[in-house]
Design a protein around this ligand. Structure first.
Ligand SMILES: Nc1ncnc2c1ncn2[C@@H]1O[C@H](COP(=O)(O)OP(=O)(O)OP(=O)(O)O)[C@@H](O)[C@H]1O
Ligand SMILES: [Mg+2]
Length: 785
């Protein structure tokens, strides 16, 4: 039977826990094999449905069985790479690379941490991987070994397609079909060398979060809980399920357990392919063995596991079926670890591997080290491997079956080739994987990718579900670290009280006016500066976020929205605390309405300041640099807010920055709220007088010469001779000369009403959240630079 289109239908009804229950539709109309995954939102049209025959996976596999005599679990999934070559330019200098500790940038051939400075390039480019070919199958672990700097991580990154394809040549195929980064992301997982986990969550919570976002909504809560329990058992983490992950400051689970949690987070949905970069590094031998045993178990369940490993013990080598040895980016061995001793004994001119070496892998590492110091380098090893590979290839093309345990086995034979009825290509691999109980997320929410022939699911859940789960995690984290929130609340209350005592009950004199304006400028800039502590929060989460979104655990937009939703009420509490401690203490006007507006504008300022700092944390990947930039920019915002120099006196070429200043709008809003008491008599009525005619000489040297009776006489003289018929025909010492409107005019606060200023401040907050999202899309690609 020739299967040309396999289609999984999924809906809340059709998703019944096991992948085998997914309904399949098979047509013979399409010349290319393809598999489409659909859901409620994107089901086939009624016409389409009627023209398609539905059978389930079970019956499809039985059919294959019957026709070919192949057991259903013998359906092979193979991941093959051919002639992979990765070349990078020899000079890599960036601003961050030039600053020690600011970035982790490696220079070609420069593995020492002390030589970070740029050297003059010996050649324009350096090849990190040279013509590497190999194959990994489900049920097996493909381990990549080699000395430090041999290219293990680079190869794992290349296979996981975390390297830009322009610099990488060669092919990467899944069941014979070229696979691209987008497709791979949906069916694979990548476990990084570092354990990137939230330290304050427990093991169970961490895995539950992962199950909640990676398993589709049609899996019930109970089913997700069951999956987490299974994982805890498989990973040997049952005992520590309720222990927090911990970090340097707060002791939690052990390093080996943390590594297994990291793996659990990425395998919760049963990925078809699992890439791991040095999962055993830093672990003692029994923890390392436990981790590799878990990997073997995952492979046995039908996944392909590809991992790099440093000096595996004999016990670990016993769990590995396929070993690839690299040296200087070139392959020097590929085959079963059992054959390693034989292979290197032969290379050693027939002498057995000296007993001083614990195992053949250790001997190979030492041999590479020795050869590297000799004139010919590792060339003899590479040449030997090439010649054996060439003869193996010749042999395999003449033989009908290949010996899977033969060293340097690069034959393309597979059961899919032997039995053409078995679905080939990516769709075939996915079908086989589902049949083996993997890829549990396939019946989830679906988004179409560009490839019209193959619709692969992108996210397991709807946006709202993701936002809900992310909010839950964020709140759980905050609840475990209440001291952070209370410290911030304490700072805000303390600053509010301090300001109140300094600016206690300001009067309406000319000096009182100046002090009032000073208070507003300081209070508004304080709200922005106090948001700087947001900066390290995302920087800490950044790599967790990148790891999670790199394999589509959730949408980046869900993260941005959840983050904003969690912050808004917290910022509201801070704003209320600040408003209550300052409004009546300083003696601001406007009564309840004035207070409510004051509270709202503080809240809006916290919101836009928080968004601004969050945005900067996405574009500046370093805390010190981030603080420097944010503090400087806020200082410029304050400088050009209109307080130090009014708008009409700011040089034209700086006006654009005045309008961009985040502090300008809340500052103008609070000044307006104070000076124009809209609650009493409309927006144009003066709320208070800041200078009477009797006070006009008070700030001048004339005040020493003119006593109060003399001022009364002067004013009387002016009134009688010059004021008749004018607004000042009743001029006396208490006539108001400078009211709120005049101050606003004087300060050039004339263009926007206070509600417009509030609206613009809120909009700025939204704009910076949007920019944060854009920055995440651009910068957080989780790929090597
Ligand atoms: N982007 C890059 N530009 C230039 N050189 C690089 C780049 N990435 C890696 N290298 C160099 O390529 C070599 C292989 O690096 P890789 O990280 O793959 O080694 P590794 O085998 O994983 O080493 P380790 O066991 O120490 O982790 C190293 O010499 C490294 O300095
Ligand atoms: Mg490495």
């Amino acid at each position: 039977m020739d299967i040309e289109t396999g289609r999984i239908l999924s809906s809340s009804n059709s998703c019944r826990g096991t992948p085998r229950e997914a309904a399949w539709e098979i047509t013979k109309s399409n010349p290319h094999t393809s598999l489409q995954v659909l859901d409620d939102h994107d089901g086939p049209s009624p016409e389409e449905e009627s023209s398609l025959m539905e059978i389930n996976v079970q019956s499809l596999l039985k059919e294959i069985d019957a026709k070919n005599g192949v057991a259903q679990f013998d359906l092979e999934i193979s991941f093959e790479f051919r002639n992979l070559t990765y070349t990078v330019p020899n000079t890599r200098r960036t601003l961050f690379c030039a600053l020690p500790k600011f970035a982790n940038c490696a220079h070609p051939g420069d593995s020492s941490s002390t030589s970070r400075h740029v050297k003059l390039p010996a050649s324009p480019s350096v090849t990190l991987l040279q013509n590497l070919s190999g194959k990994a199958r489900d049920g097996e672990i493909l381990a990549v070994m080699g000395p430090s700097g041999s290219g293990k991580s680079t190869l794992i990154d290349a296979l996981a397609q975390r390297i830009s394809r322009e610099k990488l040549s060669g092919s990467i195929t899944l069941n014979g079909q070229e696979v691209d980064g987008h497709q791979l992301r949906n069916i694979s997982a990548y476990v990084m060398q570092d354990d990137l986990l939230f330290p304050m969550l427990t093991v169970q919570e961490t895995l539950t979060f992962s199950a909640s976002v990676r398993l589709p909504a049609c899996h019930t809560k109970a089913a997700k809980r069951a999956r987490v329990s299974t994982l805890l058992r498989q990973l040997g983490l049952e005992k520590v399920a309720d222990t927090i992950i911990g970090d340097e400051g707060c002791r939690g689970i052990s390093g080996g357990e943390r590594r297994r949690v990291s793996i659990g987070v990425d395998i919760v949905h049963g990925p078809l392919l699992l890439f791991l970069d040095e999962p055993t590094s830093g672990l003692d031998s029994s923890s390392a063995y436990m981790v590799v045993k878990t990997m073997k178990h995952i492979a046995d369940m039908g996944s392909i596991v590809i991992m790099s490993v440093h000096q595996p013990s004999d016990r670990i080598l016993g769990l590995i079926q396929n070993l690839m040895f690299l040296a200087n980016g070139q392959m020097i061995y590929m085959g079963h670890p059992k054959d390693l001793t034989d292979y290197f004994t032969k290379f050693n001119h027939g002498y057995p591997i000296p007993s001083a070496h614990g195992n053949a892998a250790e001997f190979a590492l030492d041999l590479i080290q020795v050869l590297n110091c000799m004139p010919g380098g590792i060339k003899p090893l590479v040449d030997r491997f090439k010649s054996i590979r060439a003869s193996a290839h010749e042999h395999s093309s003449s033989a009908t079956t290949a010996d899977q345990r033969r060293p340097c086995d690069l034959s393309t034979s597979s059961k899919a080739v032997l039995h053409p009825a078995i679905p080939t290509g990516i769709s075939g691999a996915i079908a086989a994987s589902i049949a083996k109980g993997r890829l549990m997320s396939t019946s989830g929410y679906v988004e179409h990718c560009n490839d019209s022939a193959t619709l692969i699911l992108k996210f397991a859940n709807s946006r709202w579900h993701e936002i809900g789960v992310l909010i839950w995690r964020c709140i759980a984290n905050i609840r475990r670290t209440p001291e952070l929130f209370y410290t911030r609340l304490g700072t805000v209350i303390g600053s509010g009280l301090l300001l109140s005592t300094i600016f206690w009950q300001l009067d309406h004199s000319p000096k009182g006016l100046q002090e009032r304006l000073g208070f507003f400028a300081f209070a508004m800039s304080f709200t922005y500066y106090s948001c700087v502590d947001t900066l390290p929060i995302f920087l800490q989460e950044r790599f967790i976020f990148m790891r999670e979104t790199s394999h589509n655990a959730y949408r980046k937009s869900s993260y941005v929205l959840a983050n904003a939703i969690v912050y808004i009420p917290f910022l509201g509490v801070l704003s209320l605390a600040f408003a209550v401690t300052t409004f009546w203490g300083v003696g601001l006007s406007g009564g309840v309405h004035g207070f409510l507006f004051f509270f709202l504008i503080i809240w809006a300022s916290f919101w836009s300041g928080n968004s601004f700092a969050t945005f900067l944390s996405a574009i500046i990947p370093n805390v010190i640099l981030g603080y420097t930039v944010v503090v400087a920019v806020l200082a410029y915002f304050l400088l050009l807010s209109g307080f130090f120099r009014s708008r009409d006196r700011i040089p034209d070429y700086w006006l654009w920055f005045h309008y961009m200043s985040l502090i300008k709008y809340p500052y103008e809003a609070v000044v307006r709220n104070e000076l124009m008491n809209s609650s009493l008599a409309g927006d144009n009525a003066a709320a208070a007088c800041y200078e009477t005619a009797g006070e006009i000489f008070s700030a001048t040297p004339l005040s020493l010469l003119l006593s109060q009776p003399k001022i009364v006489t002067v004013l009387e003289y002016l009134r009688q001779n010059y004021m008749s018929g004018t607004a000042y025909q009743n001029l006396n010492t208490s006539t108001c000369m400078i009211d709120g409107a005049a101050v606003l005019q004087n300060q050039s606060i004339t263009q926007l009403g206070k509600w417009s200023c509030l609206g613009i401040t809120v909009a700025f907050g939204a704009l910076y959240r949007l920019l944060f999202y854009v920055a995440l899309i651009i910068s957080a690609k989780n790929s090597r630079r």
